[in-house]
Design a protein around this ligand. Sequence first.
Ligand code: FES
Length: 491
Amino acid sequence: MRAMAHFLPLSRVARLVDEPRSVIQRMIRNGELATFDGMVDMNELLRVFPDVQWEDNGEFKRVEEIKAKAFSRRVMEHALPGKEVLAERLYEMSKEFAAAKTLLLHYDEVLRFLDDKLDDVMDVGDQPARQAVADLKQWLRQKLDATPEEAERAQALLAQENMMRIMSAQVTILPAGHEFFVEGNDTLLEAALRAGIPLNYGCSNGNCGECKARLVSGQIKKVHPHDFVLKEVEKADGAFLLCSNTAVSDVVVEAGVSGADDIPLQSIPTRVKAVEIINERIAALHLSAPRSQRLHFLAGQRITLTSGDIGGEYYVASCPCEDRHIELHIRRDNRPFSRHAFEDLAKEDIVRIDGPHGRFVMKLDSRRPVIFVAWDDGFAPIKSLVQHAMSLEIAESMHLYWAAGSVGTKGGHYQDNHCRSWADALDDFSYQALDTAEGPAAIAEAILAHHPDLRRADFYVAGPHALLQTLREGALARGLSPLGWHGEVIE
Ligand code: FES
């Protein structure tokens, strides 16, 4: 006897088997994993992943970690939902269990009734009928006594899924179709930004109304009060503020996603967390935005930095999903801000940031292989884009090429270790370091040699005009759609 049909959404499947969503999507495309209406049957999951030890991974591990750390305040705030949300999730789940138990009691009654009916047939039937009923009763007894196939694994999987539903809620954003999880005390807005999904927002504290969204299904809960007034008619239609509410159950929400042109210019005083002199030519400047005013930007964009009367424009190298942290790569050159960063800037100094600027941003619906190419310190926007793509988990595969000077002479691949650790950690991530001494044409040729067919790909290239031109021509000749080309000239 097989376990009853039980369907799980893709994001939850990815978490349960500890794989990126892109891997699950590729398995579905290749026919390795069957779905029904975008959901995966539990039996299919058990069949396709025979080696996964459900007790050992994901949510169980996290719960064990939390227990081990004796519920320290920081861990509780980060990982555990608030008390009221937790209580509501447990209540919802206990209702499901009560319904399942009621159904089981009902089936038990029906089986008893069936048994009595079969006894009646035994009493009045002829010999063949009595034999048939006896056989049927024996078969039923055997089936009811038998342990369901894969019972232990199915139980472990269901327990893990239930734990996951208590600890987090899944959110689907319409019409874009993005999915993410809300964990701990996060609001829906905080959770979306952490997942790299740039939902529309302004103040992030309930004043501007920019994050207004509509609840399509599921249950939300207000966790922060807001001054912005929603009209009664809007509320009746399901309107709410993403920055004030969290998800109690899995929810579907209609909300706007920001493009590069939708984000308002901001001016934020930040504090220097560190000036990390990576080598004689590159410094990584780490800034921290105030708690109430994090920078709203997209990966690949630039900002203007001002310290006193010295200013300069640089690409953000960190991911928008990194909360208040902003990283910039400052090349040592004659620009005033460069000299200032290398010689004067110190921890705790104030640096004003203005921006964001630029349209060299990620296409959020790309579910194809993505090729990133950086030339020298063009690595900064590419690093931000790579991290953003990783947090979105949608690219089918990622290939990073970084052309830089030989180490020691021009500064080299100054964060080579990051790139190698991405390649080590992700199955579908490749990294190759190239030498700028080869020249743009040879570099373009070397990259294209790895990708003879580019009909299903997206290219993000930050480097000199000569590289962009050669690479674009070669890529289009190999079938790349002009819409798949994203280039930023950085000389
Ligand atoms: S972002 Fe301003 S009200 Fe939510």
